[in-house]
Structure formats: structure tokens, C-alpha cells
Design a binder for this molecule. Structure first.
Ligand SMILES: [Ca+2]
Ligand SMILES: [Ca+2]
Ligand SMILES: [Ca+2]
Ligand SMILES: [Ca+2]
Length: 370
């Protein structure tokens, strides 16, 4: 048996998705000559060979990776790749050192042949390159000639907080009935931030206001969103609209934020009864007033909206007997205008007549005492 020294064998080493292909330095191979070895010895010999092969590939070149932030200017020094790979800086030019990319990918860095430094050649936008991926890795190769050497290396692009949280719309509209109870919840749009991890949306804040508080929730994927919670009931008659500003904040240093306006239109509920302009209308009528004399015009208003605020007039409980006849037989009211007429001369003999019972649209009517 003898050990032979072989040169320029090609070694390939794969580890952690990083590969380094190079012409290996001289390595020892277990070789037989002149006599037959026992098979056991041969196996041992081959194992030794394999172990040595991997060891050399790993320690002579290893895998080089560089981490640096996105958006660095051209010329930014990433690291000294010649030094890191143990290459002779003085021979970089003569060996035509150059950076190659895999496939058609853009070349993001270059090598300074005088210093061996790896420099940024092209602006790198992490969001454009990797989107929401947790790690953003770009593979490049350093190629040298005479003899041919090829070193793969990794650029690990770190996120910077260069995007603000944004809402899809600038204004979000809600219609909430004033009868909504305290604790009612209204889902809010999520804000998006193109950055990742801490640099993406971390929290929301709601402008201080009388009616709503904000509840911030986290989805299974870790994304945060909010909901409005009614904390004090609305009153359309007091305030028809509520405008709030919702702010999304990321966790960068310094933090960035984005806002959306929330417009709440308060819808009506029939929570007001008509109210007469006077609690009591006192009218004096001459005894012989003719028919259709206008006795009085009553007026009531209702603070609600639409049908809930429409007022109609009618008598109720006019059963009091006056001069042997019910009070209702003396008076009639126009349901729309509130004008009350005398329906008979007060000098006439009283007879019974029917009057409508009082009523208003919507909720219970208010009654008027004449
Ligand atoms: Ca970014
Ligand atoms: Ca951000
Ligand atoms: Ca009403
Ligand atoms: Ca109302």
C-alpha cells in the first residue's frame, strides 16, 4: 500500500442549501498497489478517503454568507470576500475574479479587485425581492480563473423599516343604529405593511372619543386587526355622525404609522315621543260661537327622523260629560294640522258624537290637556 498525492480534484460540498464548488487542494487518497488488500481494509480505506474529502472541502473554503440591510447605496462594502475565502488579493486581477449570478437574476454585488471587498452594485429592495418571506437570500458566485475556482456565497438581505402601515381605503363608513347596545362590535379593516416581523403592523390606536373603544386582536398568522366596541350608546338626536381616526403603528425604530378615517352615520330609532309646544292650551270660547270656529291650533314636534318623527293629532279620553253630552261632541281636530274646530254651536242642545281616540305614528303619543 502507498499514499498518493493527487491534485486538482473537483470537490462538491452541500450544506444548509449553500454550495461551494471548487478545485480542491492536494488531497490524500488511499490507494493500493502491488498486493491485494483484505476487503475490510479496503472499506476502511475508502471511509478515510471520504472523511478527508469532506473535511478538506469544508475547512478550505466553507460557506460564506453576508448579512446586510436592504436599500444600501452602491459601493457599500458588504465584506472582504477575498479575505473570508483565504484568497490572495494580489492575484484577483490576474485570475480575472468576477461575480456571477445564478440564472438570469440581477447581479446585486461586485468585487473590488484591488481590495477583495464585496460591494453593493445595485439597490436592493427586500420587499420587491422577497415579499413577506421571513428570510431573503440571494445566491451569487465568485469565479476565478487559472486555475478555475467557483465559490458560491449568500447575501442575506435584512429588512429595514422603510414602509408605513397602510389601510386599503382612506375612509371607512359605518351605519349604526342609535338603538345599538353597549358592547356592540364592528370589525375594522386590517392595515398592511410591506415590511416583515417587528417592522410590520404591531398595534392600532383609536382617537379618544365619547362612544367607542378599540379592541385589538391577533389572527392565527400573527397579523393584528381591530374592532370598534360601542362603549357609550349613541343618540342620533344629539349627534348624527361620529368621525374617528384609527392609526396603525409598526414596531420599527423609529416606528411608522398609517391612518384611516372612520365615519359613523347614526341611524334613527323611534326613541322620542311628540312633544306639544305647550303643556296646557287654555282657550276661552264665547257661548254662542258659530260652527267651525277655530278653537285653537295645537302643535307638537318629534325629534326623530322620517316616519319616526311624523306627528298626527287626535283626541283621546274626551269622555267628560258637559251639559249632558261628551266633550268630544263639541270639538273636532284636524289630524294633520292640529287645528281644533267647534263642531256645534255651544248654544245648541248637546247630543252625543264620536271622536277619534288620540294616536301618533311610531311610539306612544303624547297627550294634551285642553
Ligand atoms: Ca423593508
Ligand atoms: Ca413598516
Ligand atoms: Ca318619535
Ligand atoms: Ca331617534
Amino acid at each position: 500500500m502507498q499514499f498518493l498525492i493527487l491534485t486538482h480534484s473537483v470537490a462538491v460540498h452541500l450544506q444548509n442549501n449553500v454550495s461551494s464548488i471548487h478545485v480542491s487542494p492536494p488531497r490524500l487518497l488511499c490507494h493500493t498497489q502491488g498486493f491485494k488488500l483484505l476487503s475490510l481494509f479496503r472499506v476502511a480505506c475508502e471511509m478515510f478517503d471520504l472523511l478527508f474529502f469532506v473535511l478538506v472541502a469544508h475547512t478550505a473554503y466553507g460557506d460564506v454568507s453576508y448579512s446586510f440591510p436592504e436599500e444600501m447605496k452602491r459601493g457599500f462594502v458588504i465584506g472582504n470576500i477575498a479575505k473570508d475565502l483565504g484568497l490572495d488579493v494580489n492575484r484577483l486581477s490576474s485570475r480575472k475574479a468576477r461575480i456571477d449570478t445564478e440564472g438570469n437574476r440581477k447581479q446585486y454585488c461586485d468585487i473590488n479587485l484591488n481590495t477583495g471587498e464585496l460591494i453593493v452594485a445595485e439597490r436592493i429592495d427586500r420587499e420587491g425581492l422577497c415579499g413577506k418571506k421571513a428570510s431573503c437570500v440571494v445566491n451569487h458566485e465568485l469565479v476565478l480563473e487559472s486555475p478555475l475556482e467557483l465559490h458560491r456565497f449568500i447575501l442575506n438581505i435584512e429588512d429595514i423599516n422603510d414602509n408605513s402601515p397602510q389601510f386599503t381605503e382612506s375612509v371607512v363608513k359605518f351605519e349604526i343604529r342609535e338603538s345599538a347596545v353597549k358592547g356592540s362590535r364592528y370589525l375594522l379593516d386590517e392595515a398592511h405593511d410591506a415590511d416583515i416581523a417587528r417592522n410590520s403592523v404591531q398595534s392600532y390606536t383609536l382617537q379618544d372619543n365619547e362612544h367607542f373603544i378599540l379592541n385589538v386582536l391577533t389572527r392565527e398568522n400573527g397579523r393584528k386587526y381591530g374592532e370598534l366596541v360601542l362603549n357609550k350608546e349613541l343618540d342620533r338626536e344629539q349627534q348624527k355622525e361620529v368621525t374617528l381616526i384609527l392609526t396603525a403603528v409598526d414596531g420599527g425604530t423609529p416606528p411608522r404609522s398609517g391612518t384611516v378615517a372612520i365615519h359613523v352615520s347614526v341611524l334613527d330609532a323611534n326613541d322620542n315621543a311628540p312633544v306639544f309646544s305647550q303643556a296646557v292650551y287654555k282657550v276661552s270660547l264665547p257661548e254662542n260661537s258659530p260652527l267651525d270656529t277655530v278653537v285653537v291650533t295645537v302643535s307638537a314636534t318629534d325629534a326623530d327622523e322620517g316616519q319616526n318623527g311624523e306627528v298626527t293629532y287626535a283626541f283621546s279620553h274626551l269622555s267628560e260629560i258637559v251639559r249632558g253630552a261628551p266633550m268630544s261632541s263639541f270639538l273636532s281636530i284636524n289630524g294633520d294640522t292640529g287645528v281644533i274646530h267647534a263642531v256645534r254651536s255651544h248654544s245648541q242642545r248637546v247630543s252625543s258624537s264620536k271622536l277619534r281616540r288620540g294616536g301618533g305614528r311610531g311610539n306612544s303619543p303624547q297627550h294634551l290637556q285642553l
